[in-house]
Design a protein around this ligand. Structure first.
Ligand code: HXC
Length: 300
């Protein structure tokens, strides 16, 4: 390969431009909100060095200037790709809030639709790491058509591959419809929100004061709407729990769930139960000890 050629140089230049795009200032801003960056989330989720990003060099579609400026950001605000999670193939997309609030323009949408289609074709789970202000206002109706493609793919894949949404910041507007269509929704307490529009817009339009948590925080969706099933206190624990959760799921509808061989170290359940449940029916015992004998170790 000619490493001095102009195409190789252009490739290296672009990689450098992508690296510069993620300035320490933007990373700091994201961290100051208790959030990780899209890259950090991807590297926590995937086995070391296994993630293959695709479409990293694409840029947003050209827009009429009257709709406002679109940042000429490489990747268009979303990282998409595939890799291994505990040795098993998984597809994912991670929206990057540091680029136009992770908002969805048409190129961003096409990247997501592409990775959804790849996941279905390969029969592997797809994980959406969502941190987005919804449809990119500057791209108008093109953004909405982008969502249509994403929603279509979710419905098409439903019941075939596991589809999991992990809310890691705002999921506003169009970004909040798709998680509700997927199989499982994880949220991070106090830093993730699902709502049609944010508190500032609510204030502007309805003149009502409402907090981020009150409008669409994890508690609201776990206790009231029922949209979220798994809530954790920080992103690291959310991703760890997600990885464990994945280990219980089959990769698709024709595979069996993974089976871990019994290493013989677990004592006979019946024997243990005899010790836990007292002969005297008036004596108390902790039923959790019984449950722990019946379910997988450390899983209750
Ligand atoms: C373009 C957006 C954006 C959007 C946020 N940004 N949302 N840019 N389109 N939808 C930009 C902001 O302008 C800002 O840019 C940067 O992202 C960070 O946003 P902040 O507001 O500073 O962050 P924060 O205070 O954390 O609030 C986040 C937010 C809020 C709650 C998501 O930005 C918000 O309410 N956005 C609007 C959400 C909304 O109404 N979406 C609905 C779109 S319509 P700068 O350059 O200042 O840093 C839709 C319909 C879909 O989605 C229908 C599908 C069929």
């Amino acid at each position: 390969m000619d490493l001095s050629g102009k195409y190789y140089k252009a490739f290296i230049d672009r990689q450098e431009a992508i690296r510069k795009q993620y300035s320490p200032k933007l990373t700091e801003k994201q961290h100051s909100k208790g959030k990780l960056t899209a890259q950090e989330r991807i590297s926590l989720l995937f086995d070391n060095g296994s993630f293959e990003e695709i479409d990293a060099f694409v840029t947003p579609a050209d827009q009429p200037v009257e709709f406002g400026r679109v940042e000429r950001a490489y990747g268009d605000g979303v990282i998409v790709g595939h890799g291994k999670v505990n040795g098993r193939l998984v597809f994912s997309y991670a929206q990057d809030f540091t680029i136009m609030g992770g908002s969805l323009g048409i190129v961003h949408a096409k990247k997501i639709a592409k990775i959804q289609e790849m996941a279905l074709k390969m029969g592997a789970p797809i994980i959406a790491l969502i941190d987005s202000g919804g449809a990119r206002i500057q791209e108008g109706v093109a953004s909405l058509s982008g969502y249509a493609g994403i929603f279509h793919n979710i419905i098409h894949s439903s019941g075939i591959i596991p589809q999991i949404s992990v809310i890691m910041g705002p999921a506003a507007g169009g970004a909040v419809y798709s998680p509700a269509l997927t199989d499982f929704v994880f949220m991070v307490n106090h830093t993730s929100y699902m709502f049609v529009t944010g508190p500032n817009v609510v204030k502007e339009v309805l003149n009502e004061d409402v907090s981020f948590d009150g409008l669409g925080g994890a508690e609201v969706h776990a206790r009231k709407s029922g949209v979220a099933q798994m809530i954790y206190d920080d992103e690291e624990n959310t991703i760890l729990a997600l990885k464990k959760f994945l280990s219980y799921l089959p990769s698709n509808n024709v595979e069996n769930p993974p089976v871990v061989a019994d290493d013989g170290s677990v004592p006979d359940v019946n024997e243990k139960l005899r010790d836990i449940v007292p002969d005297d029916p008036n004596k108390a015992y902790d039923v959790r000890d019984v449950i722990n004998q019946l379910v997988d170790r450390n899983s209750f």
